[in-house]
Design a binder for this molecule. Structure first.
Ligand SMILES: [Zn+2]
Length: 320
């Protein structure tokens, strides 16, 4: 920890970090007690004032740019409720294709589930569709079908085809025409001693990595690409550095990994306009890592809401 970090700031940052613990309790009452109980023994002459964590959490409008539904029995209500407790106004949802063939029957069925959920909760759920570029005709038709149903762009696309594979080109061109965000799962293993993704053991061979995004973003500078979950457990420093000179690639902050400094590093490397707040269903961690960063108020607003909504605006799909 930086010696100059004052106690108030330390308390603030720690508090955001334990948001997940606090949230489960009768919060408003408990958190006041939490902070006053922890004052004993500090020697600083600076008395930390009362800090209302949930006020901070609820202060920001939020669009969650990466969430999923129908992986639990009580979906989507369970995901909705958890998001609402963290002041998330809208979630961009999809049912992910993951490791499977991704036939047209499968992706249509999954998109139908997403459409059903977003029709039920139109103010809270924004639908993202899935497809598989191996099936060009069916995928292009599916984009039209899903757009007609009110979906806003792709949900998290998966392992079936790398994002820079020529199979993707007609899909990407159509999404560009429709001013939709092109959003794909991505990975980047932690590099140790020069080691990097080898896909020789537990990785799907068509997993998109940062270099694939750099490549496709250069080919399609008018495309808007969303690189999934820098907090997904990979080498986020490497990801950000690799994407630094690809201005049309945006990263979403989701994932269950919350290394200290990740958000600050991403903003320093990519700029404050290229991050989307997202949870990937790790709702508490998702909000906590933004609050615990050193971002300014304006930067937090951009990350939580404006950056994503401004891109939705291009296609007239913004939420306000
Ligand atoms: Zn993913």
């Amino acid at each position: 920890m930086n010696k100059k970090l004052n106690r108030r700031k330390f308390v603030t940052r720690s508090a955001a970090g334990v948001g997940g613990l606090l949230i489960g309790s009768p919060l408003a009452a408990n958190q006041k007690q939490f902070f006053s109980d922890n004052e004993e023994g500090h020697t600083s002459s600076e008395k930390p004032g009362h800090f209302d964590l949930m006020k901070e959490v609820m202060k920001y409008r939020k669009i969650d740019a990466h969430a999923h539904i129908y992986f639990t029995d009580k979906s989507p209500e369970e995901q909705l409720e958890q998001g609402q407790r963290m002041g998330i106004d809208q979630q961009v949802i999809s049912r992910y294709l993951s490791v499977m063939l991704g036939t047209p029957e499968q992706f249509r069925e999954y998109n139908d589930l997403t459409i059903k959920a977003m029709k039920k909760y139109p103010d809270q759920l924004l639908g993202g569709f899935v497809l598989n570029p191996h099936y060009k005709k069916e995928s292009l038709e599916e984009i039209d079908r899903c757009a007609d149903a009110g979906m806003i762009g792709t949900g998290e696309l998966y392992y079936q085809v790398k994002i820079n594979d020529p199979l993707y080109f007609p899909i990407i061109e159509k999404l560009i025409d429709m001013k939709m965000i092109i959003f794909s799962h991505a990975e980047c293993q932690l590099g140790v001693g020069g080691y990097r993704m080898k896909y020789d053991g537990h990785k799907e061979p068509n997993t998109s990595i940062p270099e694939d995004f750099v490549d496709v973003a250069k080919r399609y500078p008018e495309g808007i690409f969303q690189f999934a979950h820098i907090g997904g457990g990979g080498d986020w420093e490497y990801m950000c550095k690799a994407l630094a000179d690809s201005p049309n690639v945006y990263v979403d902050t989701s994932g269950s990994n919350n290394a200290e400094g990740m958000i600050d590093f991403a903003v320093e490397t990519l700029g404050e306009d290229r991050l989307f707040f997202a949870s990937d269903n790790s709702y508490y961690q998702g909000v906590g890592k933004i609050l615990a960063s050193n971002l300014t108020e304006t930067q937090k607003k951009k990350v939580f809401f404006d950056n994503y909504n401004n891109l939705l605006k291009k296609g007239g799909r913004n939420v306000d």
